[in-house]
Design a protein around this ligand. Structure first.
Ligand SMILES: Cc1cc2nc3c(=O)[nH]c(=O)nc-3n(C[C@H](O)[C@H](O)[C@H](O)COP(=O)(O)O)c2cc1C
Ligand SMILES: CC(C)CC(=O)C(=O)O
Length: 399
C-alpha cells in the first residue's frame, strides 16, 4: 500500500505503477494503438456536467440496485480482467473476496490466472464464515468463444456447476487490438502462472502464449497474447452464437462490447438478457467512441427491453452518477481493480470499491437524489447542450 492511504482512484494508479514490473504494468494500462479511445473514456465523463437539485431530504440514501435477478449494494460492479495474479499472488481470489464483502457483482475473465472453481470457493467463504443467511455472492463468468466448441462448452458447463449466475459473452474481440507496449515487450504470461481455466480442463497447451504460428491480422510482429487470441478465439462468430449458447445452457446471457443502436437492437432481437456497453477499456478498436458517449444510442436501440450496463473510464463516483443519469442500470470497473489489487490485495480492492461508493453517495446527496430511481436525464448536461442548445430541446421536462 502507498505510504498514505489513497483518497481517490488515481492514487491507487500511481502506487500500482511504482510497484508493478514493466511487462505487467504495460499490459494492464495500455489501450490500442494511439490510445485515443482509452483517453476519451475518461475525458468524456469530465466533459459532462451535473444539474443538482436542492432542498431534498438526503439524510438517508439508498444505493441498492438489481442486476438481473440479484440485489447488490450499489451499482458499482467489477468488470472481467484477465491475469490478475500478475498484480497480486492472491489475484482473482482476492478480488472475489472483496466483491463478496462489498456485496457486489464480480465478472470473472475466461483468462483468469485462478480457476473458476477456486474463485467461486473464495467468494463464498467470506459469507459462509459470517452470517449463514447472507445470499451467495453475485458472480458472472465472462466467456471467450473458442474455435473449438468443445472447449467452450466445457467452460460453460463448469461455470454452471461452480454457481456462476450468468454468462458475459465478449463480442468485441475477434482479434486482439494492437497494443504497442505489449508488442514491444513481447508480452507473455510469467512462467509461474497459467490461464487456469484452460489448464484445469487439461488444455495446458491452449494456455500457451508464444509468438509464432497463424499470422495475426494487423500484427507484423505480434505479442504472445495477440498470437494466442488468433490461434484460439473464433473470429467467425455471428449472432448465431447466442442461439448456440442458449442450446447448451439456461444461464442468462449478457453481451459485452456493444457500442451502437443497431447492435443493441440486434442483441434484443436475438434474445440476450442484458447488454454491457463497452469498448474493452479502449484496448480493441482505437478511435471508437467513448462508452459514455455511445450509451445514449444504445439505450435508444434497446428501448427499455433489456437492462444496459456500462464500463470504461469510470474513475469517480460522479462518473457512475452520470452513467445512471444517461440510462445505465449499473457500472463496472476494470483497471482500478487491478491497481487496488496490486497495492493491497483483497483489502485494496475493498478500499477502492468503498471509495467509489462513498463518492457516488455524496454525488447523489449533492444532486438531491436519495435513491437511484431519482437520478434522471435532467441531472446531467452534455457538451452539446452546454454549447447553447436549450436543454428543453433535448430533454422533455418532467417536473
Ligand atoms: C488488463 C485488462 C484485461 C482485460 N481482460 C478482459 C477479459 O479477459 N475479458 C473481457 O471481456 N474484457 C477484458 N478487459 C476489458 C474490461 O473488462 C473492461 O471492459 C475495461 O477494462 C473497462 O475499462 P476501464 O479499465 O477503464 O474501467 C480487460 C481490461 C484490462 C485493462
Ligand atoms: C487475454 C486477453 C485477450 C484478455 C483481454 O481481454 C485483454 O487483455 O483485454
Amino acid at each position: 500500500m502507498a505510504t498514505s492511504k489513497p483518497v481517490c482512484v488515481a492514487d491507487f494508479e500511481v502506487a500500482a505503477r511504482n510497484l508493478l514490473p514493466r511487462n505487467a504494468w504495460d499490459y494492464y494500462a495500455s489501450g490500442a494503438e494511439d490510445m485515443y479511445t482509452l483517453r476519451d473514456n475518461t475525458d468524456a465523463f469530465a466533459r459532462i456536467r451535473l444539474r443538482p437539485r436542492v432542498l431534498v431530504d438526503v439524510s438517508k440514501i439508498d444505493l441498492t440496485t438489481r442486476v438481473l435477478d440479484h440485489t447488490i449494494r450499489s451499482p458499482i460492479g467489477v468488470s472481467p480482467s484477465a491475469m490478475q495474479r500478475m498484480a497480486h499472488d492472491e489475484g482473482e481470489r482476492a478480488t472475489a473476496r472483496a466483491c463478496a464483502a462489498m456485496d457486489t457483482c464480480m465478472i470473472l475473465s475466461s483468462w483468469s490466472t485462478t480457476s473458476m472453481e477456486d474463485v467461486a470457493a473464495a467468494g463464498r467463504s467470506v459469507h459462509s464464515g459470517t452470517t449463514a443467511d447472507l445470499p451467495s455472492p453475485v458472480r458472472w463468468f465472462q466467456l471467450y468463444v473458442y474455435k473449438d466448441r468443445a472447449t467452450t462448452r466445457n467452460l460453460v458447463e463448469r461455470a454452471v456447476r461452480a454457481g456462476y449466475g450468468a454468462l458475459v459473452v465478449t463480442v468485441d474481440t475477434p482479434y486482439l487490438g494492437r497494443r504497442l507496449a505489449d508488442i514491444r515487450n513481447k508480452f507473455t504470461l510469467p512462467p509461474h502462472l497459467t490461464l487456469a481455466n484452460l489448464a484445469a480442463q487439461g488444455q495446458g497447451e491452449k494456455a500457451q502464449m508464444a509468438p509464432g504460428g497463424t499470422p495475426v491480422p494487423g500484427h507484423s510482429n505480434a505479442s504472445g497474447l495477440a498470437q494466442y487470441v488468433v490461434d484460439q478465439v473464433d473470429p467467425t462468430l455471428t449472432w448465431d452464437v447466442i442461439h448456440w449458447l442458449r442450446s447448451i445452457t439456461t444461464l442468462p446471457i449478457i453481451v459485452k462490447g456493444v457500442m451502437t443502436a443497431e447492435d443493441a437492437a440486434l442483441a434484443v432481437q436475438h434474445g440476450v438478457d442484458a447488454i454491457i456497453v463497452s469498448n474493452h477499456g479502449g484496448r480493441q478498436s482505437d478511435c471508437c467512441l467513448s462508452t459514455i458517449e455511445a450509451l445514449p444510442e444504445v439505450i435508444a436501440g434497446v428501448a427499455d427491453r433489456v437492462p444496459v450496463y456500462l464500463d470504461g473510464g469510470i474513475r469517480r463516483g460522479s462518473d457512475v452518477f452520470k452513467a445512471l443519469a444517461l440510462g445505465a442500470r449499473a457500472c463496472f470497473i476494470g483497471r482500478p481493480v487491478l491497481w487496488a489489487l496490486t497495492c493491497g490485495g483483497e483489502q485494496g480492492v475493498r478500499d477502492m470499491l468503498q471509495l467509489l461508493e462513498d463518492e457516488f453517495k455524496l454525488t447523489m446527496a449533492l444532486a438531491g437524489c436519495s435513491n437511484l430511481s431519482q437520478i434522471t436525464r435532467r441531472h446531467v448536461i452534455l457538451p452539446s447542450e452546454r454549447a447553447g442548445i436549450p436543454l428543453s430541446h433535448v430533454v422533455p421536462a418532467k417536473l
